[in-house]
Design a protein around this ligand. Structure first.
Ligand code: ATP
Ligand code: MG
Length: 567
């Protein structure tokens, strides 16, 4: 395609709102443009990349017998009410009314729609297992859309769904899907890991996330330094065994801690380590108010809290509500003498402590020499903290290390969660009605594009893997006023196209410097430059990633380029 006729608006300056490389480069190189917060248009070269990623995904889906379909984005609220998620999905679900004031959701995911379809259309065990997928825009009103394509409010997702007769059959479908994902992310050239994950809103059990390793990832992966174990930090159980302290018990005392609002401040003021203080945080768990107590050097893991209560929604209690319940704000909270409406739960480490400090539920005061059970009661001790680096790996092998990751894919065993709620049944070989067993599998296609750029760029621009680049070859004519340059470039362009090579031809009347800079920014793997030696039929070839250059005779160009692309 001719660059002079294509919409590729490049920018010299880094856009002010773009914090990370993929966002900066995709905007600067003219791949995407923002329309509103978290909402982007893909411009022509961006669309080409997106299609290539889609194509890899599509091929691997079809290889495992998944069939593509396309469901509607507009979804009647009735379906979401059947599953119960109309109430539990929260503010991320975009809701709209039609002219008859009927409520709809814009598809954030399609479990409800696909389950209603399959329950109506599939009646017999003979039709199972069944796998369908689609590649389609999803809508989620994210609280903090950011990082360009990484967290959008409208984004492209591949979502697949499996319907099985039994849990054993689901295991097989899941394994196939897992392998397909591994192939997809390998083919996309990504450095990734599959990690044990939380099932979040989806209600399932067994689940893995595919994480692209990257400093800008929002997720933290906890992995073993010696085994294959890897989990989202949200999910990694803490298997440390704590020893009960043998120190002699001292009497609890209230002491003034003027102006000390932080854990560290209080610990310093009282002259002890962080681990000798209790951290107390108020949560709203569905309709209850729960105080979660951990050791001062530990962090509360709200996913574990949510799972402990099988809750739909866990959030920090407001400071106002906290004051109403406990008579004081966040800086001075503690578990001693809390009112009945407040349930106290504590991390396992807390049970073993003696003579520690905690807030006195009075501004500017703390208790010291507090001992659990003697000085305060706990409804339940449970694993409620985040795993930390250096903790033993949950599989018993090695120690935990952290890495950051971008979640590009997620596979879940949903089990009967939706099928039961939505009454999706089939007749087994005895003619008896049975509930279907389901799985759900997502890939963030547009997010994956950004994740690729995070791993493939240098100081001059993007360095796409060849199979994902918008074009295979970038052909430049440096001076279109020179007849022989123009002619040779035109001729090469036709030859490359005839050979089935995807070529972008920079035929613009721009300075050579501008063309080179744009070319580096785009990241097309091979560049052919027709310049001064055009008269002799000599063209320069340069590899984008390595910077390796060579001069080629006109006659050998096609074969050299084709061979290079085949590798
Ligand atoms: P996250 O934890 O990042 O919010 P999620 O767990 O809500 O993601 P899923 O429901 O598992 O996401 O969706 C499947 C895939 O869709 C994710 O693995 C991710 O790659 C992609 N995805 C989810 N939310 C977004 C978003 N806001 N923008 C771009 N891609 C997204
Ligand atoms: Mg997820």
């Amino acid at each position: 395609m001719k660059q002079s006729q294509m919409l590729i608006p490049t920018l010299k300056e880094i856009p002010a709102d773009a914090e990370i490389k993929s966002h900066q480069l995709l905007v600067r190189a003219g791949y995407i443009r923002q329309i509103a917060s978290g909402i982007y248009s893909f411009l022509p070269i961006g669309r080409r990349v997106l299609r290539k990623v889609e194509e890899v995904v599509r091929q691997e889906m079809e290889k495992i017998g998944a069939h593509e379909m396309m469901m509607s984005s507009l979804q009647p609220s009735e379906l979401w009410k059947e599953s119960g998620r109309w109430n539990t999905y929260g503010a991320e679900l975009m809701r709209i009314d039609d002219r008859h004031e009927r409520e709809f959701a814009l598809g954030a995911t399609h479990e409800e729609v696909v389950t209603s379809l399959i329950r109506d259309e599939v009646k017999s065990y003979k039709r199972l297992p069944l796998t369908v997928f689609q590649i389609q825009n999803k809508f989620r009103d994210e609280k903090r859309p950011r990082f360009g394509l990484l967290r959008g409010r409208e984004f492209l997702m591949k979502d697949a769904y499996t319907f099985n007769e039994s849990f054993e059959s689901l295991d097989e479908s899941y394994d196939k899907m897992f392998n397909a994902y591994t192939n997809i992310f390998r083919r996309l050239g990504l450095n990734f890991r599959a990690v044990i994950a939380d099932s979040g809103q989806m209600g399932g059990k067994d689940t893995h996330e595919f994480m692209v390793l990257s400093e800008v990832g929002e997720d933290v992966i906890a992995y073993s330094d010696t085994s294959e174990y890897a989990a989202n930090i949200e999910m990694a159980p803490v298997v440390t065994t704590y020893e009960k302290s043998t120190a002699a018990l001292k009497n609890m005392e209230k002491v003034a801690t003027p102006d000390q609002k932080t854990m560290q401040g209080v610990a310093d003021f009282l002259g002890h380590g962080l681990e000798e203080g209790l951290k107390s945080i108020m949560f709203k768990v569905d309709d209850r108010f729960v105080m979660v107590v951990t050791r001062g050097d530990h962090e509360v893991n709200d996913v574990k809290l949510k799972n402990l209560y099988s809750a739909d929604i866990v959030e920090l209690a407001s400071e106002e509500k906290t004051k109403e319940l406990l008579g004081t704000g966040f800086g001075s909270l503690g578990p001693v003498d809390v009112p009945e409406e407040v349930e106290v739960v504590a991390d396992l480490a807390v049970e073993m402590l003696v003579n520690v400090s905690c807030g006195a539920n009075e501004e500017g005061y703390h208790y010291v020499n507090v001992t659990p059970e003697r000085d305060f009661q706990v409804t339940q001790y449970a694993d409620l903290r985040f795993i930390q680096e250096g903790d033993p790996s949950p599989d018993g092998q090695g120690l935990i290390t952290f890495a950051r990751g971008i979640e590009v894919g997620h596979v879940f065993k949903l089990g009967k969660f939706y099928a039961e709620k939505m009454n999706a049944t089939y007749l087994d070989d005895q003619g008896k009605a049975q509930t279907m067993v389901m799985g759900s599998y997502g890939i963030g296609v547009s997010r994956t594009v950004a994740a690729i750029v995070e791993q493939y760029h240098d100081e001059r621009g993007i360095t796409w893997p060849a199979n994902i680049a918008p074009f295979q070859v970038h052909l430049l004519s440096l001076n279109s006023k020179k007849e022989e340059q123009q002619q040779l470039a035109d001729q090469l362009y036709d030859e490359l196209i005839d050979a089935g090579i995807e070529v972008l031809y920079d035929d613009r009347k721009e300075r050579a410097g501008v063309k080179f800079a744009d070319s580096d920014l785009f990241g097309i793997p091979l560049r052919l430059t027709v310049g001064k030696r055009a008269g002799e039929g000599i063209v320069e070839m340069k590899e984008r990633v390595t910077g390796n250059q060579s001069e080629l005779e006109q006659s050998e160009i096609l074969s050299v380029v084709s061979n290079w692309l085949k590798q």
